[in-house]
Every structure is written in C-alpha cells, then in structure tokens.
Write a protein that binds this ligand. Structure first.
Ligand code: ADP
Length: 844
C-alpha cells in the first residue's frame, strides 16, 4: 500500500468521517430542537395545571365562605324566629283580647294572660283540655243568667264541632262582655280568640234603650244590627230583622203582610219610592203603619257607604197636633162667633140707640128751656158717644178680619175737622181748654177720600188730646204740599198741652189695647183701641202716623195722607167788602190763626192781646170795619170789651168768637154775630160778608113758583121696629110727603104693588122677609123705583150684598133728618112736589 493510497485512503476516511460528523451534528441539532419544543410544551402544561389548581383552590375557598355565611344566616334566622315568636307572644300578652292555641287533641298549647284572665292559672296551663277549661269558666267567671252550668258547657262544646264554628258572646260576672271566636288551623290546631266587647256592648245597651228605633245597614243594604225599639216598632217584621237580610227584603215582607196601608194597591211604586228615599243621601220619610202609628223614617249615609236609620214614633206628637189643630179651629170658630156676636149686638144696641139719638135730636128742635136743652143735648151726645165706642169695637173686629174697605167720595176736609172739633167742644169747654183749627189758608178744602174714616181718625186724635189735657189748648193743624197732578199730601197734626207720654210708651202707643199705665193716666177711661184703629186706617189709606211727646208738656199726634183734590172744589168766597179788622185774643195761636185766615183775602188785620189794647187802638184810629173779639179773656172779656167800645162811642160792629156762646145766657148785647170757636173759615167769611150786605144774607133764595098740579111724593118705609118708625115719622113730619110704613119685607112688597111709591126706605134686618130679599123681589117685578137701605153699622161685605140686591144706596143708622131730606130731594120724580120747601134752612 502506498502512502498516497494510504493518504488517499486516509483522506477518503477523513472526508467520510467529516460527512458523518456533519450528519450526526445535524441529527443532534434536530433532536435538540425537538427536545426544546417538547420541553416548552411541557412547561406550558405545567403552567396550565398550576392555573387549574389555583382556580380550584379559589372555588373551594368561596364555597367555604358561602358555607360559613349560610351557617351564620341559619343561625340568625333561628334567633330571629325565636325572637319573633317571643315578640308575638309579648304582643299577644299586651292586648286586652284573649288568644289561645289548642292542638288537634284540643289540649291547650299556649294562651296569653288575657285569655287565662281570672281563671286558675295552675289549672289552665299547657296540656289542659278544652272542655276542662269551659267547665272551669262556667263555675268561676261566666254570668250564666238563667242557663244551668251543664247546659252552658254542653252548648259551648257542641259549637266546637261545627264548621265553621259560630262565634258566641258571653257576659262575665264582672259585668264585662267577650266575644269568643274559634278557627281551625290546617294542621288541626284550634286557634281561639276572646275579644273584649264591653265598650261595644255599652253602646249597644244605650242604643237599645233609645226611645227611637235604630238600624244599621252595610253598603250592600244588608242589615247589620238594629235595636229592640226597632223590632218593637215593626213587630211583624221583627223575626225577619236578622243580620244579613236586605232592606228591600224587609220592606217586601211588610208589604206582603199589609203593614203599610198607604202602599196597598200600589206596592211596587211605593217600594220604589221608599228605596229611592233610602238610597238618597240624607232623607226622611213619614209612614203610617197598619196599627195606626205614624213613624218618621230618616236614613243617613255612614262613612263606609252604609245606611244608619232612625225610626221615630211621632204618633203622640201627631195626636197633639191634631188636638191643637182642632183647638185652633174651635178658637177660630169662637172668634167668628164673637165677630158675629159683635155685629149682632151692634145691631141690637144701635136699634134702640137710633131711637134715643133720633128722639133727642127731634127734642132739640122743639122749644125748650136752657136746662131742658142741656138735658136733651146730653142725651144726644151721650148716645153718640156710646155709638163711637160700639163702632170702635166693631171697627176693630172688621180690621182684624181684614174686611175693611174705604169709600172715597168728595168731601170738605176743613168742614170735617170743624165738625169733629165742634162735637168735642162741650168736653173741652167743661175743662176750659181751647180747641183751635189752623187749616192752611192756601190749601184747597175739598178732597176725595173716605170722610167717615177720616172723621173717625180725627175724632180719636182730637178726642184723645182733649181727654189727656187739663188746661191749655188742642190745636189741629193742616198743611199740605202739591203732589202729583191733582193730589195733595196733607200733614194733619193734633197738638195738645196735656199730660204727655213717657218715651217708654211712645213706641207701642199705636198697638192694640195699649194704654199708658201710670198714676196720672189711670183715671182716664178708654178701650185702648183708638190709636190702633187710627194707625190701621191711615195705613190702609197709604199714609203714616207718628207721635211726638214730652211728659208734662204735651203731645203731638200726626198723620200724612195723599188725597186727590175734588174736582168740584170751588174757591172759598172771600169777604172783599171788609178792609180793616181788629182781632183780639189773649192766645197767641188764635191771633195767628185769625191773621192767617184774613190777611190772604187782602184784609188788613190789627192783632191785640187784650181789650185794653183794642180800646187804645180804636182811640187812635177808629176807622175799622169790625172788631173780632175772643169771649173768655183775663181782665176784660169780650162782653165787657163790647160795653167799653160802646161807652167810648164807637159804632162799628163787634163779633164775638166764643167757645161757649150759650154761656152768654139771655144777656142783652148788640154783637153783630156770635161765632162758635173754632171758627170755620167759610163761616167767618160769610159773617164778614153779611156785615156789609145783611139783606142779601138773610133773604131766602126765591123759590120758583110751583105748578099747582103736582102731587105729593109717595114714600114707603119698611121698618119692623116701632121706635124707629116713630123716629122716622117725626123726622119727616114737616115734610110734604105721603108716607106709609110696612112692618116687614113681605108687607113692603105687598104694599109696593098697591101704593106705587116714588121712593122706598128699606130696613135690612126684618123678620119674615129681610130688606135685601124684599128689594130683590121688587126688582124682579120689573120696577126701577129707587130703594134706599137703612142699615146698622154692620160688617163689611154686607154693603156689597145690599147693593147686589138692587138697592140704590144705603144710609147708616142713626138716621139724620138731613140724610132723609137729601134722599127725598134726590129721588123726587118731576111730577111730585118737593117735600121740603127750603132745604137750605132745614139742613142748617
Ligand atoms: P184709649 O184712649 O181708648 O185708651 P187710644 O188707643 O186712643 O185708647 O190711646 C191709647 C193710650 O195712649 C191712651 O190710653 C193714653 O195712655 C195714650 N194717649 C193717647 N193720646 C194721648 C195724648 N194726646 N196725650 C197723652 N196720652 C195719650
């Protein structure tokens, strides 16, 4: 082997080795690489496993926590349950109501103190049987009333087997009440409640003794409760009146049995009405039951929508009302009877009074001595005064019955006041007081009004003034203001200087039967009706009255009315011929009145206070037309003054103005005229006028020559009363008439047929046939002859009836001659002679 070969061989070997090494190194690297990957994945797995372990650990930790909390919660829940039970029992201990639980074998499990209460707590302990406890309570605490202990126990034990168990109310021996209520629980336990209802029972006891029926319904109108009185009121429905029944069912029960008489025949309608009432908020209805009791049923809504009802038996009140009503009716009937009695009495009294007054009037017309005249005048004035009282009483009953109507007609107000004053003059004269009239000069005197009623008012006011005045004067003053077209508002005041009225009395002086009651007033008589009538009359005329007074100084009564001025109002004839007058009066008011009456006529008036002053005046200036002198004056009276005037050589006429002309007696004097005070303006003027033209004044108007063929006027007077016939006859005795009397209506009708009168005077109340019927019969016969009724001052309404009977007009009694003359003149047919030749003179 060569070296080269050897070298080559060696080189080949080295190269192979080198290749192998390379190969191996590559393999090693690859293996290394694999190993590294594996190692990496291993490490990843380890990390992962470590993570899993960690989370498992943490879960275990959480579970452990939860477990721990659960145990804690359980612990707390247990404690809470124990606490709650304790609290529950604690709470049950505090309430007044008893609470107990029995197991299914009815042995006591537990009970609060209230349940055990006064029972023996050793006996009534857990484990004690229910029936044992009932027996024990029957012996110790229950007020059994009439029930035996054995019955009570049996009743109570029987209840317990019921389903549901009915509650029971028990009264205890200490006076309290409990309501026992049991419920069976699902596990068979028995829960027992004993509720203290003492308060409730007290209220019920009170409601039970109420005199009214009490009933309570729930919002479904079902009865909740009612008291015993309610049951008593509706005895037939009482058995039905159990809790739970509806109101409607109760009503239907009553209807079916005819308990409500007013519903019979219309039951459904009545029921609907009653239910509507019940349902309406707050109502009250009245029912009369079949037993006659009257019940007021009032129903009211309770806060929970139910109804509480009260039933009040008002039968007794109704009976009382009925009694009162019948008493009222009886009183009214009595009052009517009283009015009728008054009307009848007035007629009865007036008929003879007619005779008295009429005859006295006739007597006065005859020749009499002074004394006889005084007697006759007194009879007449007393009769008239009596008539005033009768009229007062009658007027009052008329006003009371609201049957007063006014009769307006034209009249002279000044004359009316004058006449009233003149009528009162005698009384005033007796007392020495002056009556004065101050009628506003510029006022018309004729108005349209009811003169009769105004006269009545004036008579009352002036009459009172005279009555309550001892000295001084009574002045009637009339002023007026122009009102609407043709009317005047008149103010009439009556002033006196009398005793006056204390302020306390002033307010009710115009009331009925009111009189001032004091020492000074007691001596005056009167009815106390006058001012009441005055006020009513004036108010009826649309006016008003008033009074003003000072005790001890005097009073002033006044009224205001508005009246139309009469169309026939003629201006007063003023005495133009008289120019200068001296007037003397010691009284200032009288002087003023005279001046006011004369000055506006253009007369120059010199006023003097005394006779001496007149003489002085005349000495200076004798050129006067007339002296007007007062009669009674201090120092020198009117008669003495006349003497002095004549002695001084004055020839002028002197007129005496006197309140008491008869006081002159038969004394010789040469007064131009003697005038009665208060003086009527027209009278004064007439006399002044007469001074210058005496002839014209005295000469009667020349009567037209009468045709000779005229016949007598035929007059038929129907009058049953003999006295009245006589009065009538005497009154017409100087008249030229053919007068026939008939004693009653029937005879009047008979006589009418044969006598053919021109005028009939007809009394109204007559036996057999009264005046109205007689008048109707005459009218039915077709006759239009004038008929004048003669009536007493009767009730209003009679007048209408009188006129309705065909009567033309009526005159009220007592008859006046002038009124008869007036009727004769008015109704004289042209073919008859005037019955009175000089009417003016007879009328004066
Ligand atoms: P009579 O006068 O009938 O008692 P009246 O109704 O007329 O009834 O009067 C009632 C009362 O008023 C009188 O009783 C009297 O007390 C009082 N009285 C009326 N007018 C006057 C007067 N002019 N002065 C004082 N008192 C009077």
């Amino acid at each position: 082997m060569d070296l080269s070969e050897r070298l080559v061989r060696e080189r080949r070997a080295r190269l192979a080795a080198e290749r192998l090494l390379e190969q191996k190194s590559r393999e090693l690297f690859a293996a290394n690489e694999k190993l590294a990957i594996h190692a990496r994945s291993l490490s990843d797995q380890i990390v992962e496993q470590r993570q899993v372990v960690k989370s498992a650990l943490s879960q275990a930790e959480t579970l452990k926590d939860q477990n721990l909390r659960f145990v804690e919660d359980l612990d707390r829940a247990h404690t809470a349950a124990v606490m709650a039970e304790r609290r529950l029992w604690d709470a049950l201990e505090t309430i007044n109501d008893g609470f107990a639980v029995f197991d299914s074998a009815k042995r006591l499990v537990s009970a609060n103190a209230a349940w055990i209460g006064p029972l023996d707590s050793k006996l009534v302990a857990p484990g004690c049987p229910y029936d044992e406890i009932i027996r024990h309570s029957a012996e110790t605490i229950i007020d059994l009333g009439d029930e035996t202990p054995a019955d009570f126990v049996a009743r109570m034990l029987a209840r317990i087997d019921g389903d549901p168990i009915e509650p029971v109310t028990l009264k205890l021996r200490d006076g309290s009440w409990i309501k026992v209520q049991e419920r069976r629980a699902r596990d068979g336990d028995l829960v027992c409640l004993a509720i203290d209802i003492t308060e409730q029972m007290r209220i019920w006891a009170a409601i039970d003794v109420l005199p009214d029926g009490f009933v309570l319904f729930d919002r479904e109108e079902r009865l909740l409760a009612c008291n015993q009185r309610y049951r008593d009121m509706f005895p037939d429905s009482a058995p039905m009146a159990q809790p739970g029944i509806t109101f409607e069912a109760l009503l239907r029960h009553g209807l079916k049995n005819g308990h409500v008489p007013q519903a019979i025949g219309r039951e459904e309608d009545w029921l609907a009405d009653r239910l509507a009432h019940f349902r309406a908020a707050d109502t009250s209805a009245e029912n009369t039951l079949a037993n006659g009791r009257v019940i007021v049923e009032s129903d009211h809504v309770t806060p929970d929508g139910g109804r509480v009802g009260l039933r009040t038996d008002i039968t007794a009140i109704r009976d009382q009302q009925a009694q009162l009503e019948s008493a009222r009716k009886a009183a009214e009937a009595a009052n009517r009877a009283k009015s009728a009695f008054l009307a009848n009495m007035s007629h009865e009294i007036r008929t003879p009074m007619n005779g008295v007054v009429g005859m006295a009037e006739l007597l006065c017309d005859t020749a009499l001595s002074e004394e006889q005249r005084l007697f006759a005048e007194t009879i007449r004035s007393s009769g008239e005064a009596l008539l005033v009282i009768i009229n007062d009483i009658l007027d009052y009953s008329k006003i009371e019955a609201e049957r007063l109507t006014l009769r307006p007609e034209p009249f002279d107000l000044e004359r009316t006041i004058h006449e009233v004053t003149m009528l009162l003059q005698p009384r005033a004269r007796e007392k020495g007081i002056d009556l004065m009239i101050d009628f506003d000069m510029f006022l018309p005197t004729r108005f349209v009004g009811d003169p009769g009623r105004l006269r009545q008012v004036l008579t009352n006011l002036i009459g009172n003034a005279v009555k309550f005045t001892e000295k001084g004067h009574v002045l009637t003053r009339v002023v007026g203001v122009d009102d609407a077209e043709g009317t005047q508002t008149l103010h009439v005041t009556v002033e006196d200087t009398g005793i006056g009225i204390a302020p306390d009395y002033l307010d009710h002086i115009f009331g009925e039967f009111n009189q001032v009651e004091d020492e000074r007033n007691r001596k005056f008589e009167g009815t106390g009706l006058g001012l009441a009538i005055t006020r009513r009359l004036i108010e009826h005329m649309g006016g008003a009255v008033w009074v003003d007074s000072d005790v001890g100084t005097g009073s002033s009564f006044g009224f205001r009315i508005t009246l139309p001025v009469a169309e026939d109002a003629a201006p007063v004839q003023v005495p133009v011929s008289v120019k200068r007058v001296i007037a003397v009066d010691d009284q200032f008011i009288n002087r003023t009145i005279l001046e006011r009456q004369l000055a506006p006529c253009g007369i120059e008036v010199t006023l003097c206070r005394s006779g001496a002053e007149v003489l002085e005046r005349l000495a200076q200036d004798p050129d006067y037309d007339v002296v007007l002198t007062d009669h009674a004056m201090p120092e020198m009276d009117g008669v003495q003054l006349l003497d002095h005037i004549r002695v001084a050589g004055h020839k002028l006429p002197v007129m005496l103005l006197s309140s008491n002309p008869t006081g002159l007696g038969t004394l010789a004097h040469d007064f131009a005229a003697i005038l009665q005070k208060p003086i009527l303006r027209s009278d004064l003027y007439r006399h002044l006028q007469g001074l210058t033209a005496p002839a014209a004044e005295v000469a009667p108007p020349e009567a037209p020559p009468l045709p000779s063929n005229l016949r007598q006027m035929r007059v038929l007077a129907a009058e049953d009363n003999r006295t009245n016939q006589l009065v009538f006859q005497k009154m017409v005795r100087d008249m030229d008439i053919d007068l026939r009397f008939a004693d009653n209506g029937r005879l009047a009708v008979e006589l009418f047929g044969t006598f053919h009168p021109d005028l009939v005077f007809m009394d109204i109340s007559m036996p057999e046939m009264d005046g109205k019927e007689a008048a109707r019969t005459i009218r039915a016969m077709g006759s239009q002859v004038p008929i004048v009724a003669l009536t007493a001052h009767a009730m209003e309404g009679d007048a209408e009836a009188i006129l309705a009977a065909g009567i033309d007009r009526y005159l009220t009694k007592p008859l006046r001659k002038t009124a008869i003359e007036g009727a004769l003149a008015e109704y004289r047919p042209p073919e008859a002679r005037p019955p009175v030749s000089t009417p003016e003179e007879s009328a004066a």
